[in-house]
Design a protein. Structure first.
Lengths: 319, 350
């Protein structure tokens, strides 16, 4: 998997797009106009960027309540998702989903779930559809966290996916906290991906804050899945900077040790990569201002959009 | 119309056979519907534990695995919630799965994926992603099936916006409603009753839809309306025939689907009769019988000449022993008693 200068720039652009988008949410959340619980991805961007770099538009992505980064890195259009955050009729789900239920059908992001673990069987189900329709070469990705690994559906789904050699990539982002419960309070065995070989699924455990390492591991995994060899399980240890929900850091509330946060803060995937790439002067600021313009346009679009009509409450329930 | 008629005993079957109508059992009607759907729609597949075994889900899937192969008639591990999610995910991506459970009691294992995911997906995505997942399950009864092999949970699922719930009582509806469920594009709970499997009735050979949300009057009458669900349709028709001999005219309505629920037909009948009994083979406590009674109270109160009565299961788990089972399950006699009571005749008339 050669890392060309173009790919490197793309990885950086993906991470920055997700980061700046969410920093904007943090900036405006206090206005209380965005009336939706936000589960921010800040600190984990290298995972979505590195995995998505290998995905095609046709590939499916199923995600969770912490979905912003996954969808943006898959190429989701920013305007409708910002409009969704503001509950507008032009939102990606017409104001019926909110932050936890982004959708972009044109990018094969068929929706996200706020029930922990739910994305796992749905992602495998998309892979079953691919297999039954004989769409060889197409894959499905199920993102989930270490908290979801506690759910029975992971075990059920790994077994079925291995049995039927489904083209599904399991991506477990281990940020070490399920809401506020640390992993060590929940797991006797800390490496979640060790379970996969027990089901006959190859796996890898890779630094989730190093975008090039993610890119390399995901490259092998995606190649395996795409070529029809069945599922693959990737685990990326990484770290969530913000609280489980909301724009604040939760160490202030005593949810985690401040020192632990500060250690991970030093390992920022975005700043680290900016330092590593050492781009020529002007190039980074050009990327940043391009993204800032996209964000400004998306926010302007959202705020100028109408709210749904009360009668819209009753539509979209049944076919 | 031959399809509205329910044949409740051997004599009825023989009379129907004389008329030269095509007759199938409920079991074979289900089997035929699935075979024809598999032939007609490449996106349809069946999934469930043991659906390809020699028993074939009480005969309703016998031979389908052989004809359509293991990819379209798929045996599954016993992993109800995970498999519901996998079926739902495939439905969101263009497939039309029919997930089959031998017992309705296994559905509580799937509640997360049915209730939180399949039911809500269309709405949560602003109508862009549908989840056309059909879940067949069978209500058991008798021979000590007891508390975990006999639950009738159809009413429970009507609580959730986004789901539809079919309760076919006749072979015609078993086939027609299953076809309609698969074509509907909605997540549908398709609730069968084990004791209906041997009942025969008119079933056309072609692939046809029976409409959701359209009740049928199984027997016309003028004194009392009995809305009967699933197996209770047979008990109600039997009760109506016996009461007719006593000079009481009972109208029996089979809602066929309880979500959507055809209140229009029920209210029109109550307007005519002024008296309502709701008979369901499920718990009366917050069951569909409670909903029907409540809606009639809200919308047809002025037409009622007597309080609504319900016939259903008591608020206890299903017992195992045969004598306790007898005490547990209501039948024709209970419906007759209720009809007499809404007529103000009390127990003394029975």
């Amino acid at each position: 998997m050669t890392l060309t200068p173009e790919i490197k720039l793309d990885l950086l652009r993906k991470m920055l797009r997700a980061r700046l988008f969410e920093e904007k949410i943090v900036e405006v959340y206090g206005e209380q106009e965005m009336k939706t619980p936000v589960h921010l991805y800040i600190g984990q961007e290298a995972v979505a960027a590195g995995v998505s770099q290998h995905l095609r538009t046709e590939d499916y992505v199923f995600s969770t309540h912490r979905n912003h980064g996954h969808y943006l890195c898959k190429g989701a259009d920013m305007k409708p998702i910002v409009a969704e955050l503001y509950g507008r009729a032009t939102g990606c789900a017409k104001g019926k989903g909110g932050s936890m239920h982004f959708v972009d059908v044109s990018k094969n992001c068929p929706g996200t779930t706020a029930i922990v673990g739910g994305s796992i069987p749905l992602g495998a189900g998309a892979a079953l559809a691919i297999k039954l329709k004989k769409e060889s070469g197409r894959i499905s990705v199920a993102y989930f966290g270490d908290g979801a690994s506690d759910e029975g559906v992971l075990q059920e789904t790994m077994n079925f996916s291995a049995l039927h050699k489904l083209p599904v990539l399991f991506v477990c982002e281990n940020n070490f906290y399920a809401t506020n419960s640390p992993q060590k309070a929940r797991h006797a065995e800390g490496v979640i991906s060790k379970r996969a070989p027990g089901f006959g699924i190859p796996s890898a455990f890779t630094d989730g804050n190093d975008v090039e390492a993610v890119y390399a591991a995901a490259g092998l995994a995606v190649e395996h899945v795409r070529s029809g060899k069945g599922p693959y399980f990737l685990e990326f240890p990484t770290y969530r900077w913000k609280g489980h929900v909301g724009p604040d850091c939760d160490y202030e509330k005593g949810c985690r040790p401040k020192e632990e946060f500060l250690e991970w803060r030093k390992r920022c995937p975005v700043e680290g990569y900016i330092g590593k790439l050492a781009l020529p002067e002007g190039e980074l600021s050009a990327i940043k201002s391009e993204l800032a313009a996209e964000i400004a346009a998306a926010w302007a679009y959202a705020k100028a959009s109408p709210f749904p009509a009360p009668a819209d409450l009753y539509t979209d329930v049944y076919n | 119309m031959p399809w509205t008629k329910v044949l409740i005993d051997k004599q009825d079957f023989e009379n129907a056979a004389k008329d030269g109508l095509r007759s199938l059992s409920y079991r074979d009607a289900l089997r035929e519907a699935q075979a024809q759907l598999l032939r007609a729609m490449p996106e349809v597949y069946l999934l469930g534990e043991g659906i390809d075994d020699p028993g074939g889900v009480f005969g309703s899937t016998v031979g389908l695995a052989k004809e359509f192969g293991p990819e379209r008639v798929m045996d599954s591990p016993i992993a109800e919630n995970g498999l519901t999610g996998i079926a739902a995910g495939s439905a969101m991506c263009g497939m039309r799965p029919i997930f089959i459970h031998m017992r309705m009691d296994f559905l509580p294992m799937c509640m997360d994926q049915i209730v939180n995911h399949a039911a809500k997906w269309r709405y949560m995505t602003g109508g862009q992603v549908t989840c056309p997942l059909v879940i067949r399950s069978i209500i058991g009864r008798g021979w000590g099936s007891a508390a975990q092999h006999s639950q009738a949970l159809h009413g429970l699922f009507t609580h959730f916006a986004g789901l539809q719930v079919a309760v076919p009582a006749s072979p015609y509806d078993a086939k027609g409603l299953l076809v309609a469920a698969v074509k509907s594009g909605n997540p549908v709970l398709f609730c069968e009753h084990r004791w209906l499997y041997d009942f025969k009735g008119y079933v056309p050979e072609e692939l046809y839809d029976a409409p959701f949300g359209k009740a049928v009057v199984r027997k016309e009458g003028k004194d009392v309306t009995v809305v009967a669900v699933s197996l209770m349709v047979y008990e109600a028709v039997k009760a109506a025939r016996e009461l007719e001999a006593e000079g009481i005219s009972v109208e029996v309505i089979d809602p066929r689907t309880i979500k959507p629920l055809d209140m229009e037909t029920i209210l029109a009948s109550v307007k005519k009769t002024g008296r309502l009994v709701v008979a369901d083979n499920a718990n009366v406590m917050t069951g569909i019988s409670a909903e029907i009674a409540a809606q009639v109270a809200e919308k047809g109160f002025a037409d009622l000449k007597a309080p609504v009565l319900r016939v259903g299961l008591p608020d206890v788990p299903t017992p195992a022993g045969s004598e306790l089972e007898k005490a547990f399950y209501p039948g024709t006699a209970d419906i007759k008693l209720a009809v007499n009571r809404v007529l103000g005749r009390g127990k003394s008339n029975l």
